[in-house]
Design a protein around this ligand. Structure first.
Ligand code: AMP
Length: 191
């Protein structure tokens, strides 16, 4: 398996109530910069998005923000932490660009936007549009209900075991990056 050079991180535009979420964003950002893994993210300055981008930047790492034109405002944009900012016409172009630039994907704790990006890249993996690994940073067990939903889907015959087993979930950012870089998650059967 080739070394991971970039990770696209989906993360909340809010901080979350518990400081454990902010600490996890910092720990993940630091681990990425230490390993010379570039960050690709949604380009916002708010919430965990802003924290991880700032951390990677301060630690000397490479940060690419991808923003749709409609969000290219000083209220949304991260100031001075991006090594590269890509402005695209629409949200769909934004996600396509973010997906193409990452060698792997991590969903940190987040809201609907994070869940949407996670589910879309997961669906594309199911459809074999890509073969990249997908990880959940399971801080404070945030993703446990999502994992339980996947298990329910398997139990009730809506999700195959192979698709369920694509997801790599870890609480520790270092361990998650290690697994994303070393495991070949199973290819789901062809449709
Ligand atoms: P959410 O999890 O609902 O906070 O949404 C976060 C995700 O949606 C991020 O990965 C971004 O791609 C996108 N997003 C939502 N809100 C913003 C914002 N204010 N600035 C930039 N991106 C955002």
């Amino acid at each position: 398996m080739d070394r991971i050079r970039s990770i696209t991180v989906f993360c909340g535009s809010s901080d979350g109530r518990d400081k454990a979420y902010r600490e996890a964003a910092e720990k993940l950002g630091k681990a990425m910069a230490d390993r010379d893994i570039a960050l690709v993210y949604g380009g916002g300055s708010r919430g965990l998005m802003g924290i991880i981008a700032e951390t990677v930047h301060v630690a000397g790492g490479h940060v690419t923000g991808v923003l749709p034109e409609s969000m290219n405002t000083s209220a949304v944009r991260q100031k001075s932490v991006e090594s590269e900012i890509i402005i695209v016409p629409s949200m769909h172009e934004r996600k396509k660009t973010m997906y193409a630039m990452g060698d792997a994907y991590i969903a940190m704790p987040g809201g609907i936007g994070t869940m949407e990006e996670l589910c879309e890249i997961y669906t594309w993996r199911q459809l074999r549009y890509h073969s990249k690994n997908i990880g959940l940073l399971n801080t404070e067990g945030y993703w446990d209900p999502f994992i339980a939903m996947l298990d329910r889907g398997v139990h009730d015959g809506f999700i195959s075991e192979a698709v369920r087993n694509i997801i790599i979930a870890e609480e520790d950012p270092e361990r998650l990056i290690d697994r994303l870089g070393s495991e070949n998650s199973p290819l789901p059967p062809k449709f």
